[in-house]
Design a binder for this molecule. Structure first.
Ligand code: ASP
Length: 325
């Protein structure tokens, strides 16, 4: 755990806009510009997927879900096909969505079935949510739901295929996905990783989506903040959408996303609200970061880890970054 100052990219985007993250961590296994470009391309592809949905008139939730699905499919981050294994070599997926305009909210955790956990989380939101539920489906129940609803299955080949594709260990997702000739052994454990997106549509509605394979080498059944509304995902109409990454236990105990929203309601700026919530995470010994956007297009991508893969796109263009600037 680092004790670094909060780094923040903040600004104002035109509507619609989408932001993504590819996890917070040390990035101590990023070796060269090729590695950086490989991850940056993964972020850009996700921004393009989210942007396509928004430009086609989709909702903020469409934009966030399509961006996260692209990150899951890329195999380059710790979610979906790129997920890191648990201590017994299994794979368990956590994913969540929340929509500000409608209050739709749904999640899965410790799921093993879905090829795209984020789509199943959205489906849970569609059939459940508050107040009657279900809001969060776990393990075998999540898998049965995904199967019954006809969602494609994650096969061992898809997980292995992502690794053979030519990726790499990046010190955030924990997977050594470098393919033949890449020259890296898959490490036993790593620091962090997760993907997420927040979006704001032309109507100023905001939504968030988060997906993760969890912590590398985590105990089977361990679940972090990613599928927990108010912790790793949050969207409140007229205020903010947030997707977080980092030391999940600390984000849960801090009530991270709720804390950001509460500070906003107390009059803090978005950057101040996020920095204060990250301090609460740091006080618990955790680190990480988040992306957040308001209905007016104000955003902040902030972290107190060494690095966080992040990017944003609006009609004016796109930016992707891994390290502090
Ligand atoms: N927050 C995720 C978890 O605790 C992991 C991460 O973001 O790196 O499961």
């Amino acid at each position: 755990v680092t004790n670094l100052p909060v780094q923040a990219d903040s600004g104002r985007l035109s509507l619609p806009a989408v932001l993504v993250h590819g996890g917070a961590g040390t990035f101590d296994r990023i070796h060269d510009t090729r590695d950086i470009e490989w991850l940056s391309e993964g972020l850009r592809n996700a921004l393009a997927a989210g942007w396509r949905a928004l430009a086609a008139g989709g909702t903020a939730l469409d934009g966030a879900v399509e961006a996260v699905a692209a990150l899951e499919d890329s195999g380059r981050f710790n979610a979906g096909r790129g997920s890191v294994p648990t201590s017994d070599g299994g794979f368990e997926f956590d994913a969540s969505v929340m929509d500000g305009a409608t209050g739709m909210v749904g999640a899965v955790c410790a799921a093993t079935w879905p090829a795209n956990p984020i789509r199943v989380a959205r489906d849970v939101a569609t059939v459940g949510g508050v107040p009657d539920g279900p809001l969060l489906l776990a393990g075998a129940g999540a898998d049965r739901f995904a199967e019954a609803r006809g969602w494609p299955r994650m096969t061992p080949e898809m997980l292995a295929g992502a690794r053979a594709f030519g990726g790499q260990e990046i010190g955030l997702g924990g997977t050594d996905q470098r393919g033949p000739g890449g020259g890296h052994e898959r490490p036993e454990s790593s620091t962090a990783g997760t993907v997420g997106a927040v979006a704001v549509d032309t109507n100023g509605n905001v939504a968030a989506a988060t997906s993760t394979g969890g912590r590398s080498g985590q105990m089977p059944g361990r679940v972090g903040d990613a599928p927990i509304p108010g912790a790793g995902v949050w969207a409140a109409a007229d205020r903010v959408a947030i997707s977080a990454t980092g030391a999940g236990e600390a984000f849960i105990v801090a009530g991270y996303s709720h804390l950001v929203d509460w500070r906003l309601q107390q009059g803090a700026s978005l950057a101040e609200a996020v920095a204060g919530a990250l301090e609460a995470v740091a006080a618990l010994g955790g680190d990480g970061g988040s992306i957040a956007v308001t209905p007016a297009g104000s955003f902040t991508a902030s972290f107190n880890s060494r690095a966080m893969a992040r990017g944003w796109r609006d009609a004016e263009g796109e930016v992707t970054r891994l390290f502090p600037v």
